[in-house]
Design a protein around this ligand. Structure first.
Ligand SMILES: Cc1cc2nc3c(=O)[nH]c(=O)nc-3n(C[C@H](O)[C@H](O)[C@H](O)COP(=O)(O)OP(=O)(O)OC[C@H]3O[C@@H](n4cnc5c(N)ncnc54)[C@H](O)[C@@H]3O)c2cc1C
Length: 502
């Protein structure tokens, strides 16, 4: 057996600087633990990052992903405690998004406010015969959220296997109303008939209770701040290094092997009392821990379905899109007019034909985003997508298809906002393959495992702790996808590590 000589020793080694890894690292470093965080990308943040391009001699910053972070103004938002503890509000500022989202499919066009009572009124105005169903929907999701907060398992049992689609079918036969109420479904999943109503109720209720917020300066600001908490408290962050192995001894994690991305033959080692994994769980159990091979844990994790991925078209404009149309909001979700039943949504989302899929346009110039100087305007088009639409293409086919998809989505946006294609000064496409490159997440997902009824609750809890002593996880994969899910997974992961070990 090869004996590993460790170069350095730490209390905690964290693999991956996504929000889960950064939040955990910040808490652990603040509690006096020596932290080493290893990240394969050249910046921290994972999906919570920005990038910049030089356009017409000016630096233009693009947000990678964040449209809205949920819950921030809700008095019971669990992130409140985390942000207070880590000093986030004193160092990072947030802009409230004025409304939740606008939904349009050619037949209906509704802007949904971010509080339940106004949302009921506005949606009832658009669907006057459906007021009862609309009230039942909103009071129902609030009730389910309440059961979750109380931990009322008996009440939750009645809806534990129910999908959002089934929940809506019990309330109404009006398909346009169903589309409107699930307008922002792409924030979570691709198929309303496999998305857990419990997960949907919790996430939507958080937006309806505490609004949506954007991180001023972009999500990189929060990621960089959390990284600073780690280094200010004596921690070390190593960028551009890939962890290739978690070293175990007698069923206990004792360290990691990591390599510089540019010199993969140079192996480095570090010893850790605790190893915390923020990187994608399937990669870790299949590639980084040989002793988990063929274990029941590995089989269970591999049986989980991975969530969909996202395609983004990043846009810069020569003037604000709001100057083109009287009705314009921050976030507009668009479904094609030919889609008439919620039951058919998934097959169109799964399609490789981008003229058929739903998409969202987010316009950062509609809020005080502070991404750029005041005369620079950026936005993004996003839709649900899948790695198999891109993985096997040659590089020529890949770039040609990216161009054609961008044009298809821009032309469709132009039908909603006439003239917008003429004010686009720059566009760039990121596919599921791009997400794999920058995060290593399998299938290019940003959400971890799919939030289906059988993959949340006890099932999700069962995979949170691998059967290796001193090995912990904190990410969208073990918590839930989204900024809040990853932050909470990181913080609760850190608390568990502190409780179990110190
Ligand atoms: C386009 C897009 C739009 C989004 N919009 C929103 C939104 O509006 N609201 C919202 O709440 N959420 C949104 N999300 C989702 C949210 O960003 C993610 O769910 C969340 O940030 C995931 O955080 P995480 O901690 O699980 O890790 P990730 O962000 O997946 O990061 C994992 C990190 O681990 C690193 N890593 C992996 N393997 C290794 C290794 N072997 N060695 C070293 N490092 C490694 C990766 O490089 C990465 O930095 C969006 C995501 C995308 C991509």
């Amino acid at each position: 057996m090869k004996v590993v000589t460790f170069m350095q020793e730490y209390d905690v080694i964290i693999i991956g600087a996504g929000l889960g890894g950064l939040t955990a690292g910040a808490k652990l470093a603040k509690e006096g633990k020596t932290v080493l965080l290893v990240e394969q990308h050249h910046k921290v943040g994972g999906c919570a990052t920005t990038f910049s391009r030089k356009i017409a001699e000016k630096k233009v910053v693009f947000e990678i992903g964040l449209h809205e972070m949920d819950g921030l103004a809700y008095e019971f938002d669990p992130k409140k405690r985390v942000f207070q503890d880590l000093g986030v509000h004193d160092n990072v500022s947030f802009a409230r998004v004025p409304e939740f989202y606008r939904f349009t499919n050619g037949r209906v066009d509704v802007t949904v406010p971010d509080d339940i009572s106004t949302a009921i009124r506005v949606i009832s105005d658009a669907f006057p015969d459906e007021k009862e169903a609309i009230e039942s929907f909103f009071y129902g999701i609030r009730e389910i959220f309440g059961f979750l907060v109380e931990g009322n398992l008996e009440k939750l049992a009645s809806v534990s296997q129910m999908s959002v689609g089934e929940y809506l079918d019990n309330l109404t036969t009006n398909e346009d109303l169903k589309f409107t109420l699930t307008g922002n479904l792409g924030y979570y999943h691709d198929d309303p008939y496999t998305l857990s109503i419990i997960f949907f109720a919790a996430a939507q209720n958080s937006y309806f209770s505490g609004g949506g917020h954007f991180i001023q300066g972009g999500s990189q600001t929060l990621s960089d701040y959390l990284a600073k908490v780690i280094t200010d408290n004596g921690g070390t962050i190593v960028l551009r290094h890939l962890v290739t192995r978690i070293i175990t001894e007698d069923g206990t994690a004792i360290g990691v092997i990591y390599v510089p991305k540019r010199h993969m033959d140079q192996q480095l080692t570090a010893k850790g009392k605790i190893i915390l994994v923020n990187a994608a769980l399937p990669n870790v159990i299949n590639n980084l821990v040989p002793s988990l091979s063929d274990s029941t844990y590995q089989q269970t994790v591999n049986s989980f379905k991975i969530a969909c991925s996202i395609l983004s078209v990043y846009l810069a404009f020569s003037k604000p899109p709001s100057t083109l149309v009287p009705q314009h909001v921050y976030s507009t979700f668009i479904l094609p007019e030919n889609l008439s039943s919620l039951k058919d949504l998934y097959s169109q989302e799964r399609s490789n034909d981008f003229s058929k899929k739903g998409f969202v346009f987010v316009d950062y110039s509609m809020i005080d985003s502070r991404l750029n100087e005041e005369d620079i305007y950026t936005g993004a088009l996003c839709c649900v997508d899948y790695i198999d639409h891109w993985a096997a293409l040659t590089s020529y086919e890949y770039s040609t298809k990216k161009e054609s998809v961008a044009q298809t989505l821009i032309q469709r946006l132009n039908q909603i906002i006439p003239g917008i294609q003429d004010i686009i000064s720059y566009s760039e496409v990121a596919t599921p393959k791009t997400i794999v490159r920058y995060t290593q997440n399998p299938a290019g997902t940003a959400y971890g495992f799919a939030q289906t009824p059988d993959q949340i609750g006890p099932m999700r809890t069962s995979i949170r702790k691998p059967p290796i002593k001193n090995l912990y996880c904190a990410s969208a994969w073990t918590g839930s996808g989204g900024f809040s899910g990853a932050i909470m997974a990181g913080y609760s992961g850190a608390l568990k590590i502190l409780k179990d070990n110190w």
